[in-house]
Design a protein around this ligand. Structure first.
Ligand code: B4P
Length: 442
């Protein structure tokens, strides 16, 4: 009797481990990482972790092609067929043999420890990360193809009121600060430090996640979300974007600055979202269109119905010296911020105080969009849409089918214009470039 219980217990254990292996291998196809790449690896800045040459075979078999993940999955199905068992195997010598099981289970253990078991999945399974499934529809208006993401599950997310943003005061509303330690272990990814400035940041998975692997880079010491991006902020974001591109999964970064920008947390944080299109989100793809552009001068996309200020960045890579990256990004940011301030000043109704704006950063452009309002009220349904930088990247978020249809009828451009400002680029043109004028005669 005792033996029977032990046998049944081992069988259930083996079945559980196989089911987990199939699940982990499936995710391992998408998020390819050799788990032990830090052994013998070198951390370079810029560039991140460079695995040792001795690990090249594992990088090939896990990252370049998911061979180990495929083998793990096949092996798990084979063990399941023996343990369950398949009718054809029931009572056969393989089904009754311990000798067959031992090497198969050892091989399974060896294969599965090689590849990364996703932190995102763990955080989700243990309830620290709330994932809201969604679907995306393309919606073309003029030259831009917007992406409208329908996420009905977000209706159940607790609504956070816009905090009081006071750049001089720490945590002005006195609410718990999610970006202060102690961090939720399952959301904690790691920390980075700016080599020049010594400024430290913590990287955390987004707790309320719509796109898997959405993460945040928050300043370790409290800084206000109403303060501008500083040179080390820009450098660290850019290095992360470079590292992501190198790892084969492009991201873009965004920053909601000020109380009219769609931000809900007062502690300075920049957000990074994975991309399906390596040319960036829709607004970046549009900015790439006028291909012959004068570098080192801001420009505006006149086909968009709201004020937008864009700077095309020079080509930089992991081997570009940090000083140079810092100089280029700071110069771009300051020239765009000047334009944001002059756009805001031109609006007689804009309230006094720090202006709000959204920033979108890709490896090829920095976009700054001045903001007049946080929310847009849909004429048809009366629903309020909170728009953040992702909206101005060309990716709108709606929470119901009715909202989706109302947005399409009202027009995304009109909605963005409703929370943005009128473009005065024609008046600002000195020192900047108009698309039509920026073509270099080749
Ligand atoms: P904020 O800059 O303050 O504001 P936000 O991104 O607009 O988020 P909001 O909270 O207003 O979310 P919303 O319902 O509009 O960012 C704060 C960030 O911190 C948020 O990402 C929040 O989730 C995160 N956070 C809060 N508490 C945390 C904690 N304890 N640990 C870690 N992170 C924490 O939108 C819901 C989500 O969808 C947001 O993440 C938003 O960025 C994202 N989103 C918006 N538009 C999207 C689109 N088109 N596609 C995909 N995702 C989109």
């Amino acid at each position: 009797m005792g033996n029977l219980i032990w046998h049944e217990y081992s069988r259930l254990l083996s079945i559980t481990s196989c089911v987990y292996t199939i699940w982990a291998s499936f995710w391992g196809f998408y998020y390819r990482k050799f788990f032990w790449d830090f052994v013998g690896g070198i951390v370079r800045s810029p560039g991140g972790l460079q695995p040792s040459r001795a690990n090249a075979i594992f990088i090939t078999l896990i990252v370049k092609a998911p061979i180990i993940q495929i083998l793990s999955m096949i092996l798990a199905f084979v063990i399941l067929a023996i343990e369950f068992p398949l009718p054809q195997l029931k009572g056969s010598s393989i089904h009754r043999s311990f000798i067959v099981r031992v090497p198969l289970l050892l091989l399974q253990a060896f294969l599965t420890v090689l590849f990364y078991q996703n932190k995102f999945e763990k955080a989700k399974e243990e309830g620290d990360l709330l994932f809201f499934p969604s679907t995306v529809q393309k919606h073309k208006e003029g030259e831009i193809e917007y992406e409208i993401r329908l996420c009905p599950a977000l209706q159940h997310k607790p609504h956070l009121p816009t905090p009081h943003f006071d750049p001089r005061q720490k945590n002005p509303d006195g609410k718990p600060d999610p970006f202060e330690p102690p961090y939720i272990e399952n959301l904690y990814i790691g920390e980075v430090k700016d080599e020049e400035d010594g400024k430290e940041y913590v990287a955390l998975l987004n707790k309320y996640c719509v796109i898997p692997l959405h993460f945040l880079l928050a300043s370790k010491k409290y800084e206000s979300q109403a303060s501008p991006l500083l040179p080390p902020d820009l450098v660290q974001i850019y290095l992360l974007l470079l590292a992501a591109k190198k790892a084969g999964s492009p991201f873009f970064a965004f920053y909601n600055c000020g109380d009219r920008s769609g931000a809900s947390q007062p502690h300075k944080h920049i957000q990074l979202l994975p991309l399906e299109d390596e040319n960036g989100p829709p607004s970046n793809r549009l900015a790439l269109n006028p291909r012959k552009i004068t570098l080192e001068r801001p420009f505006s996309l006149s086909s968009l119905p709201y004020a937008n200020h864009i700077f095309r960045l020079p080509l930089m890579s992991v081997s570009t010296p940090i000083d140079e990256i810092e100089e280029k990004l700071s110069q771009a940011f300051l020239s765009l911020l000047d334009l944001v301030i002059s756009t805001v000043r031109h609006d007689p109704h804009y309230p006094a105080g720090t202006p709000s704006y959204n920033a979108v950063l890709t490896l090829d452009h920095l976009h700054l969009i001045p903001r007049a309002e946080e929310n847009y009220t849909l004429k048809e349904t009366g629903d309020q849409l909170s728009i953040n930088a992702v909206g101005f990247a060309g990716m709108l978020l709606v929470k119901s089918e009715d909202e989706l249809e109302a947005v399409k009828r009202e027009g995304v451009g009109k909605i963005l214009r409703g929370v943005g400002l009128e473009s005065i680029h024609d008046m600002q043109v000195e020192g900047t470039a108009l698309e039509a004028e920026q073509v270099i005669q080749s």
